[in-house]
Design a protein around this ligand. Structure first.
Ligand code: AMP
Length: 279
């Protein structure tokens, strides 16, 4: 595994080999969820590259950025174990050192859910993902459904700007008990990590109602909120049902329309998001 911290050295190395390349962009503090993306990437291309970069531009909250977990040595060990070919761990100056302010604006999908909650977040994501795509020139890039809105926005960006890369979707990897794996889970106390299982319970409860024939999202959301209220410390930001493609809010489910239920909230000062397919 070769590790690079400058764009110049990584580019030179990547040029040497013409085999297909899959990129997995991450912010580090890697867990099994990230590694499932790496494994999927491996099945899609001959070489796998992983970037580890906590991108300041996508944080709208300075303390969230500061508290973001970092453990580069452990990350490299995990990636070595997965046989990754290239890891890019740039210092912020190597990415934004001569940056003059060009930004990529997300599609209209950025105006719902995480958009209003985290102003500038998706602009930061689109901009850094563009930079990473331009550096790696990979054939495919893998993104997790854990951040489903981000994934859809990246898909729109690739299509709108005719970027020469295919986006691969990776399913959500969950801890025992259903909590979606996240680097932020490390910041939860042991008790809160247990309590956070209520999120999956609420989302899975909705899936079960749908399986039983329920089509009204009002009913699903009411039930979901009722389940979430079992944990009084959980501060709900949103629980809503959206069309998978347009991300428009949906009031009635139908077989022709793929929809997901989305959650965002705080537990013990840690912001958690999750979602589930309602079909
Ligand atoms: P992050 O390091 O949080 O920016 O995540 C890097 C990539 O891993 C993104 O595409 C995420 O959607 C994906 N990811 C993070 N957690 C999970 C998970 N539990 N299951 C699937 N993908 C995930």
């Amino acid at each position: 595994m070769k590790v690079f911290d400058t764009i110049h050295d990584l580019r030179n190395e990547l040029k040497k080999d013409k085999e297909t390349l899959a990129l997995v962009p991450t912010m580090g503090a890697l867990h099994e969820g990230h590694l499932s993306l790496v494994d999927l990437a491996r099945s899609k291309a001959e070489r796998v590259g992983v970037s580890i970069f906590v991108n300041p531009m996508q944080f709208n909250n300075a303390s969230d950025l500061e508290k973001y977990p970092r453990d580069i040595e452990r990350d490299l060990e995990l990636l070595r174990g997965r046989g990754v070919e290239y890891v890019f761990t740039p210092h912020i100056d190597h990415v934004y050192g001569s940056y003059q302010g060009t930004k990529v604006t997300p599609s209209k999908l950025g105006s719902v859910m995480e958009g209003p909650m985290r102003p500038g977040h998706f602009e930061g994501v689109c901009t850094v993902v563009n930079i990473l795509f331009n550096i790696f020139k990979a054939d495919v890039a893998v993104f997790g459904e854990k951040d489903f809105q981000q994934l859809r926005i990246i898909e729109d960006m690739v299509s709108d700007l005719s970027l020469d890369i295919s986006i691969i979707r990776a399913e959500i990897s969950r801890e025992e008990g259903g909590l979606a794996r996240s680097s932020r889970n490390e910041r939860l106390s042991t008790e809160d990590r247990e309590k956070a299982r209520i999120i999956f319970k609420a989302l899975d409860g909705a899936v079960n109602l749908v399986k039983g024939g329920e089509v009204s999202t009002e009913v699903l959301l009411e039930k979901g909120k009722q389940i979430l209220s079992e944990i009084s410390e959980l501060e709900l930001e949103y629980l809503s049902v959206h069309d998978e493609g347009s991300l428009e809010e949906v009031s009635l489910l139908s077989v022709e329309r793929k929809c997901r239920m989305f959650f965002a909230g705080y537990l013990g000062g840690v912001r958690l998001i999750d979602n589930i397919a309602l079909y």
